[in-house]
Design a protein around this ligand. Structure first.
Ligand code: FUB
Length: 308
């Protein structure tokens, strides 16, 4: 196998491939996976690392979407969304997550705002899980308007994760260094109440919420280089009890960004490493998938990273 694609092209048409161990996508660099299960398929929404070596910085212009019915054969679909599809954004297609509500698909993304410092969170919408998606608001959902103490922090409005609780209430969690959450209105494109600070041990970024049985799980990247840790709670709003490391540092990548899903009765941990990049992996990353297993008390067994 030769990585001909270097940073890889942005997909123009459906391309099907069979995953052969980790990383699952070997023809282009992919990062920050957000995963969704819908109608018998898994969808992975990933950022697209394009930084050419020897440069060492984030360069991500668009996102990718991959789908599979069996976690082995995957189809990459045409580019569903670009950072510049948000007219108020300068670029930088950072971490994101898609969720379905009432037949529409909402994609929460991190981008760089044109007019305010740091990153902002936007939301796009589509009638199809593979897009195309369009800006749902015409403005940022969460941004650094510099009018409050919170928004004077430049780097904290990144890495949105969204979760709809059993009673239908949707929550958006996000953050860097400080984690936050806010309720979303039923329309999924407006906040429904204040921004709340979340108390988490050694939080860096990349929150992800999932639920199994009576437990809510908040996994997140911790320290730097990042490990993935997690906390558990009986309530979506916490308080969260720290439960330790879920995944160790992912090879030569400083970041590790995870998604956790249940698909056809099995649980999966989806993350990125620097696995196919011979020149250092923090800016040319690759999505990987591992099985995730629980203990009887609901805690999660540490992930075993594999290349198979
Ligand atoms: O890809 C850019 C940033 O790196 C993401 O937003 C973070 O989660 C980290 O993975």
């Amino acid at each position: 196998f030769v990585l001909v694609a270097s940073q890889g092209l942005s997909a123009q048409k459906d391309t099907t491939f069979v995953a052969d161990g980790n990383p699952i996508i070997k023809y282009k660099y992919t990062a920050d996976p957000g995963a969704m299960v819908h109608d018998g398929k898994v969808y992975i929404y990933a950022g697209h690392d394009e930084c050419p070596p020897p440069a060492e910085h984030y360069l991500l212009n668009d996102w990718c979407v991959f789908s599979s019915s069996d976690m082995k054969t995957w189809t990459e679909h045409p580019v569903p969304l670009k950072a510049k599809d948000f007219s108020w954004a300068k670029g930088e297609a950072w971490a994101s997550q898609v969720i379905e509500r009432d037949g529409k698909f909402y994609w929460y993304v991190t981008v760089e705002h044109k007019d305010v410092p740091g990153k902002s969170i936007g939301v796009a919408v589509s009638d199809s899980p593979i897009g195309p998606f369009v800006d749902a608001r015409g403005s940022a959902l969460i941004t650094n308007d510099m009018t409050t103490e919170r928004t004077k922090i430049y780097w904290d409005d990144i890495d949105p994760t969204v979760f709809i609780d059993d009673d239908g209430q949707a929550y958006l969690y996000w953050g860097n260094t400080q984690c936050y959450y806010a309720k979303l209105k039923k329309n999924m494109i407006e906040l429904d109440g204040p921004i709340v600070y979340v108390d988490l041990s050694r939080f860096t970024e990349a929150p992800w919420i999932h639920k199994r049985g009576e437990w809510y799980y908040l996994s997140y990247a911790s320290e730097f280089p990042e490990k993935i840790c997690y906390a558990m709670s009986r309530r979506i709003t916490g308080p969260w009890e720290y439960k330790g490391i879920l995944n160790e540092i992912a090879g030569n990548s400083n970041t590790n960004h995870q998604a956790i899903i249940e698909f056809k009765g099995d649980w999966y941990f989806i993350y990125h490493n620097g696995g196919i990049n011979p020149t250092g992996g923090s800016y040319r990353r690759s999505v990987c998938i591992e099985r995730l297993y629980y203990n009887e008390d609901g805690t999660i067994k540490r992930i075993q990273m594999t290349t198979e």
